[in-house]
Design a protein around this ligand. Structure first.
Ligand code: FE
Ligand code: MN
Length: 396
């Protein structure tokens, strides 16, 4: 499979990207005479000189594009990136908006939680405290550094900021529950399955922090591998074991505040997965020579490794089976999620026909439904932020 089915897969809900391939013209704008056209971007209108706009458009690329310090977004070539940025911004949340009193009451009580409930929360806070930082750092220092189109840098900046929000939400959980921060840090070193998961991604990031000749196929493949590992293997698959467990507890009315924060985080992650998926697809479209069978197989192998590491981690999270939390089901769930990620980027699946063992979780995590699921709460946030409009002329 190649990139042909991309438009199809995006379906109705996803904004259609103007393809990066050569020969694609500037998106249609309304002619306003004298060699100028009117373009609508995010509800705003711009009049651009056709010749200049076409030249900039043609020079914009995922990598090795026009080298500019001026962050000129117009004309947009990667419309999907701008639309995604707007969508991410509309879903903004802050940890302190979420009440933690019930969680604190449960944490302090002697009879409301089992040992495994507490352990899952500790593992969740411990793993994500390291992971959120690793993702944000890779976005800023590897991917955003190498890509050249300003609208791609824009959405990647928002991605990194959301990882900061996630990291901050973990501090809020640690302080609310009174967890010893050093105990949490120690988990990055002491829990072998966390160490292994972190090493799996940092090795794909570390070597890319230097000037790379991005005209070399090998380096373009390294970037593509980085996008795949961070987007599809880590955020897309290795986050989902704990997401599933914490949302299972949430469903049993345990940790309502933490559950809500993780549901917001999950919604953000689904945008990050989509961002890195689209970016990888566009990179492949513009550099078709990287997408060899050998390279594709190497990506599937990496996913296989990611899945094995996640299953080991699930074992550590669930040393004993807890209420409604069955290890085998979680392993199957990871197989199911991993295949959806592979399919999403046109790669061969690992476990054809594997079923989602958590139909209720599908309501929360199903790729098409997940945004709808949280609609109620998202709207609340949007209303809150709408109250804090920036000053307009009439306010002055
Ligand atoms: Fe995150
Ligand atoms: Mn993320």
């Amino acid at each position: 499979m190649g990139f042909e089915s991309q438009e199809e897969r995006r379906g109705q809900e996803q904004p259609v990207a103007v393809s990066g391939s050569t020969g694609v013209a500037l998106a249609d704008g309304e002619d306003s005479g004298e060699g100028k056209k009117i373009f609508e971007v995010g509800g705003k209108t711009f009049v651009l000189d056709c010749k200049k706009a076409e030249a900039v458009f043609a020079a914009k690329k995922v990598i090795n594009g026009i080298d500019t310090m001026t962050f000129n977004l117009l004309p947009l070539k990667y419309q999907w990136a701008y639309d995604l940025y707007r969508n991410m911004k509309a879903n903004h949340w802050e940890p302190e908006d979420i009440p933690m009193n019930e969680d604190i009451g449960q944490w302090r009580s002697t009879d409301q939680l089992s040992d495994s409930d507490r352990w899952i929360i500790r593992m969740g806070i411990g793993y994500f405290s390291a992971a959120e930082g690793i993702v944000g750092d890779n976005i800023i220092h590897v991917i955003r550094e190498i890509v050249t189109a300003p609208e791609l840098k824009l959405v990647l900046g928002r991605h990194a900021h959301e990882e900061n929000i996630h990291a901050d939400s973990l501090l809020y959980m640690i302080s609310s529950l009174g967890i010893d921060p050093h105990e949490c840090e120690a988990m990055f070193v002491d829990v072998e399955s966390i160490v292994a998961k972190n090493e799996f991604v940092t090795r794909i990031s570390k070597d890319m922090r230097r000037d790379l000749d991005m005209t070399l196929i090998e380096n373009i493949q390294n970037l593509a591998r980085n996008m795949f590992v961070f987007g599809q293997c880590m955020e897309g698959t290795q986050f989902y074991g704990l997401f599933g467990m914490i949302l299972s507890l949430y469903r049993q009315n345990k940790f309502p505040g933490i559950g809500q924060m993780f549901s917001y985080t999950l919604r953000d992650e689904s945008n990050h997965i989509e961002l890195l998926r689209q970016l990888l697809m566009c990179l492949g479209e513009e550099n078709p020579s990287i997408w060899t069978n050998e390279f594709k197989e190497s990506l599937v192998e990496l996913m296989k490794e990611a899945v094995e590491l996640e299953k080991r981690f699930i074992d550590d999270c669930l040393p004993v089976e807890a209420l409604g939390l069955n290890r085998e089901d979680f392993n199957q769930y990871i197989d199911f999620i991993a295949d959806r990620r592979l399919e999403g980027v046109g790669l061969a699946v690992l476990n054809s026909g594997v079923k989602n063992p958590f139909p209720w979780l599908a309501e929360v995590m199903d790729f098409k439904k997940e945004q709808n699921f949280f609609e109620g709460t998202v709207t609340e946030y949007q209303k809150t932020s709408a109250l804090k409009k920036p000053l307009s002329d009439s306010d002055l």
